[in-house]
Design a protein around this ligand. Structure first.
Ligand code: ADQ
Length: 726
């Protein structure tokens, strides 16, 4: 293991602890779990003395400890019966598992599943927050915990969080079938590093981040920018403990040379593994090639999995019946074509089975990676066999020398089996040597090293958006048309500052804005929560339209001045509310009066007072019949007249360009605030909107995210210099 990988400690979060706990006659019994994930992580946690947080599989009583010695800390997280039902069987295995494997028709949807999933993910995050030291790497595993990083990021903004997904990340068109697609994605993107098994899944994740969240994506560096942070995505194909498998294969007792050639299948019993299709292909081979009868056997080992779930019980029944039918059809008095074992086998027995199989038939309908293919290759220490591998398994992306098949195509799988059974020694050797060399080199330790090194290297930051980005996002949309450009002021054109009167443009921002205003094909409107008079004074540019007070007052060249008819009625009441709020007398809190609305600012108050001040202000505002709305360290009181920035934008475009404005012009809007969401909503599907800064966990209706005020300036510069229309 490299030095890099050894640094700091590691806190691992996964659905299950690496042990299975059962309560038998009142006593806890603990058994080490099997499976890919555990064998991958066990050694490293021993080395760095980390902590593993997970569900022990049964509820522990308060203060009850696991009767199990481990070289690292095991932190059990109890789940209630309801949580097991909804978080584990429900959302994890009933919703995400089928969807991520591209079986949307098997996906169950239940809001209770989602709510429990959220709640359990939060608890995992809170447990990690309690345990992790400041420099620890927090490593979250798999689809059960896609939401944990969101909560963790709130609790620990500076934490280093990595995620590895063991199953496929589906294509955009499949992923967006999930009603909580954005939430799952935002959770993942609160990590610093998201690792997947293959390049194809990386592409899918980048597509989804760009198309569902409007995140900026750098496809050459595999980076995503969201909410002002950069997330690194990468393909880290999981390897196996090659030497371990090879060693066990060498040591396993020699079996008597069997009369038949052996085709081997080893899987968890799961519908993604394609076991019935495989049996059909085997039957097809026997049908087509009579010469194989009494000469070959299919040994299919299926480990019981999720056996309480009806769907898995149905699958078991289907396989039992199918095996019965095929054996019934072909068996002779001295030969049974399919040997089917529904159980787990010991590592030693597995080693012998792998070593002695002439063909490994690994044909999942979809699989994140598939370790069986790799374990088989590592165990080929004698006469080399042939690996027949589904092209829909992640392993196919790197195991080029296998015979790759479409597992749905029964004829083709039968054909590949025939080819494997008749392949000469020289070709078998060439293929197996190449496969073994790669798996020996990119083994489990290599995987750990490369993942941990990526997770621990310094924070990645994408460069600011460039002309190329704006070109890609906007050129086709604008296509030489007249542009109505709407911009929020505070936090969009100027950074947020202590006092509103100090929020001034930089000279370069002023120049970029002025260049846009000068263009004949561009009309600029500044939309602000400030009073009209105030925002006009701050911007101080001719030829600009202004919408003050969240659009209650609008003025601009060629426009009839507009004041919302109900606004005037609220001016006196707002003054009265300001007086009452003024009595709060907390140092650093002050009230900005804006005619029919007002803002309570508390940025300069002691931080520990913020929550109390905000709560009190909200209550007073509500009592006075105004609507409170959170802003940056401020609460706005708006008159309850159903008019917001969205209405203001539509008012301006209709008044200036007529009812058919959408045919004549293009609209772009940039804002950084929750009040801008009203405009994003109003323009959804009708314009391109940018949410400035924010966080990955924030839900926005904007088309795109851009990171800061500087990137707004870059946008304005690009707009100012874009080619003129016809
Ligand atoms: P799984 O879906 O469990 O893993 P897989 O990668 O094949 O699939 O791992 C199965 C493991 O169980 C192997 O190590 C295998 O040896 C073992 N196993 C299978 N049958 C067994 C038996 N009868 N007796 C004993 N052991 C048996 C998920 C994803 C995969 C991904 C892994 C790791 O679905 O795509 O490769 O995680 O990331």
């Amino acid at each position: 293991m490299s030095e890099q990988a050894r640094q700091n400690s590691l806190v691992v979060l996964s659905n299950r602890l690496p042990v299975t706990v059962r309560r038998a006659r009142g006593r806890l019994e603990v058994e080490r779990s099997s499976g890919g994930l555990v064998s991958a992580l066990d050694p490293i946690l021993q080395e760095v003395e980390g902590t593993w947080i997970g569900w022990p599989g049964t509820s522990l009583r308060p203060k009850e400890r696991l009767p199990f010695r481990s070289a690292y800390r095991l932190e059990p997280l109890n789940l209630t019966r309801n949580e097991v039902r909804h978080y584990y069987h429900g959302f994890s295995n009933g919703t995400l598992w089928p969807l991520f494997h591209s079986f949307p028709e098997r996906m169950r949807l239940d809001r209770r599943d989602w709510n429990n999933y959220e709640a359990v993910n939060e608890r995992f995050a809170e447990a990690a927050d309690r345990i992790a030291k400041p420099d620890d790497l927090i490593w979250i595993h798999d689809y059960h915990l896609t939401r944990a990083a969101g909560r963790l990021r709130q609790l620990r903004p500076a934490a280093r969080i990595a995620f590895f997904l063991h199953i496929p990340f589906p294509p955009y068109d499949v992923f967006r079938i999930l009603p909580w697609d954005r939430e799952v994605l935002r959770g993942l993107l609160c990590c610093d590093l998201v690792g997947l098994h293959c390049g194809g899944y990386v592409t899918n994740l980048l597509d989804c981040a760009e198309r569902l969240l409007g995140a900026r994506v750098d496809r050459s560096a595999n980076q995503i920018e969201l909410g002002g942070r950069t997330i690194q995505v990468g393909a880290f194909p999981l390897g196996i403990d090659f030497e371990g498998f090879e060693g066990r294969a060498r040591l396993a007792p020699e079996a008597q040379s069997p009369a038949e050639k052996v085709i081997l299948g080893v899987d968890r019993l799961d519908y993604t593994k394609g076991i019935p299709e495989r049996i059909h292909a085997f039957a097809e081979l026997l049908e087509r090639h009579r010469e194989y009868r009494e000469r070959i056997v299919l040994v299919q080992i299926a480990v019981p999995s999720r056996s309480q779930v009806t769907e898995y019980q149905d699958l078991k029944r289907e396989i039992d019946e199918l095996v019965g039918r095929v054996n019934g059809r072909f068996a002779t008095h001295r030969w049974t074509p399919i040997h089917y074992l529904y159980r787990s086998v010991s590592p030693e027995r597995l080693a012998a089975l792998y070593r002695d199989a002439d063909v490994a038939l690994v044909t999942p309908l979809r699989d994140g990676m598939n370790l069986v293919a790799k374990e088989y290759v590592a165990s080929q220490v004698a006469d080399p066999g042939v690996l027949v591998l589904s092209r829909l398994a992640g392993a196919a992306e790197t195991m080029y020398e296998s015979l790759q098949v479409n597992p749905y195509n029964v004829d083709a799988v039968a054909g590949a089996l025939h080819r494997a059974l008749t392949m000469d020694l020289a070709e078998r050797t060439d293929r197996m040597v190449a496969l073994r060399t790669r798996e020996r080199r990119f083994n489990l330790l290599g995987w750990l090293d490369s993942f941990l090194e990526a997770a621990r290297s310094s924070h990645y930051t994408m460069g600011p958006p460039t002309d190329r980005d704006f070109e890609a996002w906007l050129a086709r949309f604008l296509n030489g048309r007249q542009l109505a450009l709407f911009l929020d002021y505070d936090g969009t054109l100027t950074p947020i500052v202590e006092r509103p009167e100090e929020a001034r443009f930089s000279s370069s921002m002023r120049a970029a804005l002025a260049d846009c205003v000068r263009r004949r094909d561009t009309d600029v409107t500044i939309v602000s929560g400030r009073s009209l008079e105030d925002v006009m004074k701050m911007v101080d540019l001719k030829g600009v339209t202004f919408a003050g007070n969240h659009g209650l007052e609008i003025t601009g060249p060629g426009l009839e001045p507009f004041v919302h008819e109900d606004a005037v009625h609220f001016t006196d009441r707002a003054r009265e509310l300001a007086r009452r709020l003024g009595r709060m007398r907390t140092p650093g809190v002050w009230v900005e009066e804006k005619g029919p609305s007002l803002t309570v600012h508390y940025r300069s108050a002691p931080v520990e007072q913020h929550a109390r001040v905000a709560e009190l202000a909200r209550a007073r505002i509500q009592e006075a019949g105004f609507q409170p709305r959170d802003a940056h360290c401020a609460i706005e009181a708006r008159p309850p007249i159903g008019w917001d920035k969205g209405h203001a934008v539509l008012h301006v475009v209709r008044a200036r360009y007529g009812q058919n404005w959408s045919e004549r012009i293009r609209v772009i809007y940039a804002g950084d605030d929750d009040t801008d969401e009203d405009a994003f909503n109003a323009l959804a599907g009708m314009g391109i909107t940018f949410r400035v800064a924010g966080s990955a966990e924030m839900s926005t209706r904007a088309t795109r995210h851009i990171p800061n005020v500087e990137s707004v300036e870059a946008l304005l510069r690009w707009l100012a210099q874009r080619p003129e229309g016809e």
